[in-house]
Design a protein around this ligand. Structure first.
Ligand code: FEO
Ligand code: CA
Ligand code: CA
Length: 633
């Protein structure tokens, strides 16, 4: 997300242990010896990371230099085609309004066009070179969305903002030369912040989810701040609801739970001024109906999106699923906020196959409604534990404020505080290597770490004022559903030229900061996308790192090579491969975003005119080798 929402929230006041309290004595000694000692130890090569002197059999492209230019660069021999821009019609039959460059498209038209600020994405094959792209639209920059920006702020603008949120489903096809949108398409769909979504799982119908408009507590209007996305083994799509807390106005007298969730007095998005359900003083339970993982069946445009409460509530970046050898679904998720947690869910049932007349998506309609949710604790000896978030176990009882499992799930953060989970440096995306029972996770940064009154470093989050971020990985003890694991850092991001030891990192290869998007491809290359905020790019400790970018890392060697650089003030977020590995779809989010004033439309073209030389627009790229060969080789 471009606006540094995580920097606006820092609500974990739990007393959860930092390193000094949980480490084994040997590790504690070197970390207490001071940051210099700690950093030196962390910069030592990781086990199993003997990097060949030159070259790498799996990374086959020529790396590109860091760039501050207002364009997309890809390696020699590659081309990047702009496929799907914010404001293009998604392809609903009979409703294909063209994008108006003066921003005069109405809310109704926006609900028929691709939303703003593309983020997570996944490709679902139809046949041959034809498929569906499901694309998240994370948030809106009102200054870029409306004629006149936020002045005046009207109901019509709130409705347009809501219509620019959510997800798009578009049909795409390769014509032998290039990918194109297929319009109209029977699969084309927009899901917005007003689309009816079903609540399912243990908290569905819970008293905390009932509102005046929905006394049953089972139907929510809309999904929002959809950040990361992923495909499930049964053919559905999962989207996180990330910074939902910034949509609700709590007023000056917020209660302890609202404060723990980072609810603010005024709402950043100001929808509440024209849509009372976002005023938490009037409708306090509406707040509980966001922050879930949402499951969408892309093949059925009539199926309501489902908010899966068994997976817990949080500022969810996204969720990623793989199958155990016994066929259970194991889902990992995290909260991208400073000092928040990492989660895992193990389904009670097994993944069911498709059968005649029933798709796999239909066969697994309740799979994610039953199972066990855990939160992670990373210990300093390189091991870790998954702690069950189960009502009646340990401290999670009525005595501590949890009446039932539904309440544990609505207040997942508060329950995790009581279990002593590890407070992380903003968990973003994950990638699962199921064959090795290994998971990678980006921890994008945490500049509050070690600041006065804030938690200090721990083994998993080892740098104070962590501007750069790191990629952590863990391998489960046995299969993915194990409750213990071993962990290390794949890398600490940074630039060795920096004076401050904590900002140097240990990258072997091309340098970057603020890892965010992740994708593990079929050959085992780990693709890393970055999101340094517009206000931090190309200055200070990020001076030499250029615009946000995408890199390939070979986890076996640790080598990192830069594949793509984005235009000015964008982030790179969202990646998915066509099944033949010959097209990589990548999202460019918020090119040209103003660093500060979100309501100043005159600023909008000051920084970027990507992709068309005019108004900056988030867009999906289709990236191919000119010779048609596999991407990355
Ligand atoms: Fe939406 Fe954490 O990035
Ligand atoms: Ca981010
Ligand atoms: Ca992100």
């Amino acid at each position: 997300m471009g606006k540094d929402f995580a920097a606006m929230e820092c609500s974990n006041r739990s007393g959860n242990a930092t390193l000094a309290a949980v480490s084994d004595p040997a590790r504690r000694i070197w970390l207490q010896g001071g940051l210099g000692v700690a950093t030196a130890a962390l910069l030592a090569p990781l086990a199993g990371c003997a990097l060949p002197a030159a070259g790498n059999a799996r990374i086959g492209f020529t790396g590109v230099p860091a760039s501050t230019a207002d364009r997309v660069t890809v390696p020699p021999g590659y081309e990047a085609h702009v496929l799907a821009r914010w404001g293009e019609p998604v392809g609903l039959a009979g409703a294909m309004p063209a994008f108006r460059d003066d921003l005069s498209n109405t809310a109704e038209e926006q609900a028929q066009q691709l939303g703003m600020h593309h983020d997570g994405m996944a490709y679902f094959a139809l046949d041959g070179q034809r498929g569906l792209l499901v694309i998240n639209h994370e948030y809106t920059d009102e200054g870029m969305l409306h004629t006149g920006g936020m002045a005046p702020w009207t109901l019509e603008k709130v409705r347009k903002s809501q219509a620019a949120h959510g997800l798009s489903v578009v049909e795409v096809a390769f014509d032998g030369r290039q990918w194109q949108l297929v319009r109209p398409s029977p699969f084309a769909r927009r899901i917005t912040a007003r689309t009816p979504c079903r609540l399912a799982g243990p908290a569905a119908g819970h008293r905390l989810l009932r509102t005046a408009a929905d006394p049953e507590g089972r139907t929510v209007l809309g999904t929002l701040n959809n950040c990361a996305g992923s495909a499930t083994p049964w053919g559905t799509y999962l989207a996180g609801e990330e910074n939902f807390n910034f949509y609700f106005a709590g007023g000056p007298r917020r209660d302890a739970d609202q404060l723990r969730w980072g609810m603010t007095d005024e709402a950043w998005f100001r929808w509440n001024e024209h849509d009372a359900r976002f005023d938490a003083r009037q409708h306090p339970n509406e707040f509980h109906r966001f922050g879930w993982i949402v499951e969408v069946d892309p093949m059925d445009p009539t199926a309501a999106p489902v908010k899966r409460t068994a997976l817990g509530r949080g500022v969810h970046e996204g969720a990623w699923v793989a199958a155990t050898r016994a066929g259970r679904a194991v889902l990992y998720s995290g909260e991208d906020a400073r000092f928040e947690y990492l989660y895992k869910f193990v389904s009670a049932g097994r993944i069911a196959p498709a059968s005649p007349g029933r798709t796999a998506a239909q066969a697994n309609r309740t799979l994610l409604d039953h199972g066990t949710l855990y939160v992670a604790r990373f210990d300093a000896d390189g091991t870790g534990r998954w702690l069950p978030l189960v009502h009646g176990e340990g401290p999670l009882t009525a005595m501590t404020g949890f009446a039932d499992q539904g309440e544990v799930l609505v207040k997942t953060r508060q329950a995790s505080d009581l279990l002593g989970a590890t407070r992380m440096d903003r968990p973003e995306w994950m990638a699962i290597d199921a064959a090795r029972a290994t998971v990678y996770c980006t921890l994008t940064n945490n500049t509050a770490r070690g600041q006065a009154g804030q938690p200090g470093v721990d083994a998993a989050n080892p740098r104070a004022n962590n501007v750069m971020g790191q990629v952590i990985r863990w391998t489960e003890d046995g299969d993915l559903d194990a409750t213990r694991f071993r962990w290390d850092h794949l890398l600490l991001a940074g630039d060795p030229a920096n004076a401050r030891p904590e900002a140097r990192g240990n990258i072997r290869g091309d340098l970057f900061a603020c890892p965010d998007g992740l994708m593990l491809d079929a050959r085992g290359l780990l693709w890393i996308q970055t999101d340094a905020s517009a206000s931090a790019l190309n200055q200070g400790e990020l001076q030499r790192l250029g615009n946000n970018q995408m890199l390939a890392c070979d986890p076996a060697t640790g080598e990192v090579r830069r594949f793509l650089t984005g235009p000015v003030h964008c982030e790179i977020s969202g990646a998915t491969m066509a099944p033949d590995g010959r097209t990589l779809f990548v999202n460019i989010q918020h090119p040209g975003e103003p660093a500060s004033d979100r309501s100043a439309p005159h600023e909008v073209m000051k920084y970027s005119t990507w992709p068309d030389g005019g108004r900056p627009r988030s867009a999906t790229l289709a990236i191919r080798r000119i010779d048609g060969g596999p991407v990355g080789t």
